[in-house]
Ligand binder design. Structure first.
Ligand code: SF4
Length: 394
């Protein structure tokens, strides 16, 4: 059992990409690679500032996300990880994940980042279909994914996740089946599925609005999800979260920290964090971020309380009722674990059934929730109707 008082996760947002993918609404920027060296300086400073107030906690997961962390050199990754090791107490067995574009993963690069501590790669495969990859504006093709997986293993990184997208315009059940077959052939340790959503400001949304692409079909997307559930389960992958599957023992420890609603520090432009009861986010502009943290604007505000830093844009204390609601909403995503009643009692001082006995009993009677002495979790049918269940806890 993870002790929330003693463990912490760290998310590091690397806001640079070679190309902006057509579906992506993340806080990322192209043609700004010249900012990477001062950004690394600023990130190391932000690590130092936040660590000052963190106290005696063990960091057990770190996640370099983005953006495209694999645009950074192994030396730059090393500087960032060394800053974390210098200023935090990092566990020797910490899970250190880095997101990567398949096109960046040569064997030499994988060996170099492994040597500086990265022990898990999350590779943005998205699809095995070349037409879909072009529609997504990905800068890799299917062969690059196969080479990337080989390179990672030859470079000594044994814990691999592949990200996949389903429900995109023109995608069919057959192309999705082929993507899943190719994924299984690569034998990753972990598979994450993302249902495409047309986010504000993305190229893909504009194409759909202008009639250049058909609207994604929700019913077809649901069929794709069912197909994935059947094929991945049939191949021995455990579905431990609504959108995540893994080989036994290969759950993503970093994401579990989010789903348990435990403390994580988010650093880097636009990153979100939750620690010491405070939810916050960092300012989004990489230029302003660098200015704030490296004194280029002439002043640096270090008079801030943990988990805030000079680059924090907004922070607020999470009230107990909201914390309970968030804990239930996140925890119900865990298809196996659900909400541990003992852990809930330890954290909030009351049994979950004392606080939410009536809706839990009602949804239990309707077959949407499983309840026993140890846990409360959604049934398979409850997962389909999760919105109906969860709104009773907000
Ligand atoms: S590589 Fe990832 S973060 Fe960058 S634009 Fe594409 S989807 Fe977004």
């Amino acid at each position: 059992m993870i002790d929330p008082a003693k463990t912490l996760s760290v998310y590091l947002h690397i806001p640079f990409c070679g190309v902006k993918c057509s579906y992506c609404a993340f806080n990322t920027y192209t043609s700004m690679e010249h900012l990477i060296p001062p950004f690394v300086d600023a990130l190391c400073e932000e690590i130092r500032q936040v660590a000052d107030g963190a106290g005696a906690v063990d960091v057990h997961t770190m996640f370099l996300g983005g953006g495209t962390p694999s645009l950074l050199s192994a030396q730059q990754i090393e500087r960032i990880l060394n800053a974390l090791r210098t200023h935090f107490r990092v566990r020797a067995d910490a899970e250190i994940t880095m997101e990567a574009n398949p096109a960046d993963l040569s064997r030499e690069y994988c060996a170099a980042v492994r040597a500086v501590g990265v022990n898990r790669l999350s590779i943005g495969m998205q699809s095995s279909n070349e037409t879909e990859l072009r529609l997504f504006d990905r800068r890799h093709d299917n062969d690059a994914v196969v080479r990337a997986v080989q390179s990672a293993r030859q470079g000594g990184i044994r814990n691999l996740n592949l990200d996949l997208i389903y429900g995109s315009p023109h995608q069919t059940l057959d192309t999705w089946r082929a993507t899943l077959a190719q994924t299984l052939a690569l034998q990753p340790d972990h598979i994450s599925l993302y249902a495409l959503s047309l986010e504000e400001g993305t190229a893909m949304r504009a194409w759909v609005e202008r009639g250049k692409l058909p609207e994604p079909d929700d019913d077809l997307a649901a069929d794709m999800y069912d197909l994935a559930t059947a094929l991945l389960g049939g191949a021995g992958y455990l579905q431990y979260e609504i959108s995540n599957w893994c080989k036994p023992g290969r759950e993503c420890q970093h994401n579990l920290q989010y789903w348990y609603n435990l403390d994580y520090v988010g650093l880097g432009p636009g990153a979100h964090g939750f620690a010491a009861g405070v939810r916050y986010h960092v300012l989004r502009s990489p230029v302003r971020y660098i200015e704030k943290l490296t004194r280029q604007d002439g002043e640096i505000d270090t008079n801030v309380e943990y988990p805030r830093t000079a680059a924090t844009e907004e922070a607020h204390i999470v009230e107990r009722d909201d914390l309970i609601a968030e804990t239930l909403i996140m925890g119900m995503r865990l298809t196996q674990g659900g909400i541990s009643r003992a852990e809930f009692r330890r954290r909030f001082g009351e049994d979950l059934l004392e606080i939410h006995g009536e809706p839990i009993a009602r949804h239990h009677r309707s077959g949407l929730l499983e309840v026993d002495d140890e846990r409360v979790r959604l049934t398979e049918r409850g997962r389909m109707l999760a919105n109906i269940v969860l709104r009773d806890f907000v």
